[in-house]
Ligand binder design. Structure first.
Ligand code: FAD
Length: 420
């Protein structure tokens, strides 16, 4: 079955839904959302805790409530959504049109021929194989997101005596969830000397529930034959190498791993899109257009977000730009100078005001973030404290753009630096 449509949105999570709505509202009517799951809403369906939507809706919502607001808007606009439909491949033809190949329960193999694609496939969790913990291979080791799905959606408890490795937001939220469900959460271990979760989650999830956080500590061995019986933990030195003298056996029946997320970009690579090795997502312009003209990316497939409101903002930009017809990847690169870990966008055209999102490589205090063009300062912004978990924003206004445009842009270099 072949269908023609102007824009295909791949993924029906908050990013895909916000992009489809923005595309429609900007005058683009011919759009379809393709979602492999049976339901729209993406990862938000299993995030039943509150804390979503403070910026976008100015109220505190749970994940499913947040998703439902977007689903309602999609339905109001009668935007077609193909659920249960998995995108398997994408190709670009010589004339710039694209094909999106899907497996659909209604049509079997389905090809969408389109002008634009909006990538919104989210991300996946790193698992035990990614971090190579030695030991046996018993049952009882879960990624935190899988455990969240089992508890919140399937009504199953993965275990009762819990150790969590990784203090990112999913690990913190799951520590609280397992505690509330009656499990004994013995500790959250974190390899780094600081937590990679949002400060509010450390307070609300760990401190309020008296769950210890062991910083600079990792799991060095797994024990148990059929079911997990315990883990050995150890402190790590400044090179993250476990210190043998600190090895400690912790009996437990469940280990939850919250050790990072990877943008889901296998499909993006089939289109030969330029990728950013730091974010794991495509290189984009301020319009979220990738190096392949007419292909946009937004949400966790572009870079992992801490707050879904940023996802909605970013996806709105992508949807609007797709409706306007897109622009070739802008020419001026934005270089992230360490300890700025990365910026999104990574390139810009300087045609209208935009926001540079950035993250630091480690916690920074009392500094100034500085935007330079060809080594000359254009914009300075002071900060008190910046942590890697929290995405930072730098607004490029029309006034800044005037200064930037005063330079010869053909071989210009913009850099984002930090002065401490
Ligand atoms: C445990 C957890 C707690 C969080 N807590 C908060 C919080 O308190 N506050 C907050 O603001 N944010 C929170 N977030 C962040 C927020 O939920 C995410 O940033 C947001 O959901 C990302 O949206 P997305 O659409 O990019 O990705 P997703 O929600 O993952 O959606 C991607 C969609 O794409 C689909 N897809 C992937 N590949 C294909 C394919 N090949 N074909 C078809 N469909 C495909 C997937 O099935 C999925 O539905 C949390 C996230 C997690 C995981």
């Amino acid at each position: 079955m072949v269908k023609r449509v102007y824009t295909v949105v791949v993924g029906g999570g908050p990013a895909g839904l916000a992009a489809a709505i923005a595309f429609y509202d900007a005058g683009g009517t011919d759009v379809v959302v393709v979602e492999r799951d049976q339901h729209l809403g993406g990862i938000l369906q299993q995030c039943i805790h509150n804390g979503f939507g403070l910026q976008w809706f100015k109220e505190e919502l749970t994940g499913p409530e947040y998703a439902q607001r977007f689903i309602d808007e999609v339905e109001k606009r009668k935007i077609p959504c193909e659920t249960g439909t998995m995108v398997l491949d994408m190709r670009e033809r010589e004339d710039g049109t694209k094909s999106v190949y899907c497996l659909s329960p209604r049509y079997g193999v389905l090809e969408y021929q389109c002008r634009h694609i909006i990538l919104a496939m989210g991300c996946r969790e790193r698992v035990r194989g990614n971090i190579k913990i030695p030991g046996t291979r018993p049952a009882g080791i879960y990624s935190a997101g899988l455990a969240q799905r089992l508890v919140n959606l399937e009504g199953m408890m993965p275990g009762h005596e819990i150790v969590i490795l990784g203090s990112g937001d999913i690990g913190l939220i799951m520590a609280r969830r397992m505690h509330w469900e009656g499990a004994h959460v013995k500790m959250v271990c974190e390899l780094m000397p600081y937590s990679s979760g949002l400060p509010r989650n450390i307070t609300q999830c760990l401190e309020d529930n008296h769950i210890p956080l062991r910083l600079s500590t990792t799991v060095v061995e797994i024990h148990g034959k059929d079911r997990l019986e315990g883990v050995t933990i150890a402190a790590v030195d400044e090179n993250k190498k476990p210190i043998d003298a600190t090895r400690e056996y912790v009996p437990c029946d469940t280990l939850l791993l919250s050790v990072g997320l990877i943008p889901e970009n296998e499909l993006s690579k089939t289109l030969c899109i330029a990728m950013d090795p730091v974010t794991g997502g495509p290189v984009v312009s301020e319009y979220r257009e990738t190096s392949v003209s007419g292909v946009f990316a937004c949400g966790n497939v572009l870079h992992v977000h801490d707050i879904v409101d940023f996802v909605s903002t970013e996806s709105t930009i992508a949807g609007r730009a797709a409706a306007r017809g897109g622009k070739p990847l802008a020419s001026v690169p934005i270089q992230a100078a360490y300890p700025v870990r990365y910026t999104v966008p990574q390139r810009c055209s300087l045609s209208e005001p935009f926001t540079i999102y950035w993250r630091s490589a480690y916690p920074l205090e009392n500094g100034t973030v500085v935007l330079k063009i060809n080594g000359q300062t254009v914009l300075k912004q002071k900060f008190l404290r910046v942590v890697p978990a929290q995405m930072q924003e730098l607004f490029i206004t029309e006034k800044h753009l005037e200064t930037l445009r005063g330079y010869e842009l053909s071989d210009a270099q913009i850099s984002l630096e930090v002065e401490l």
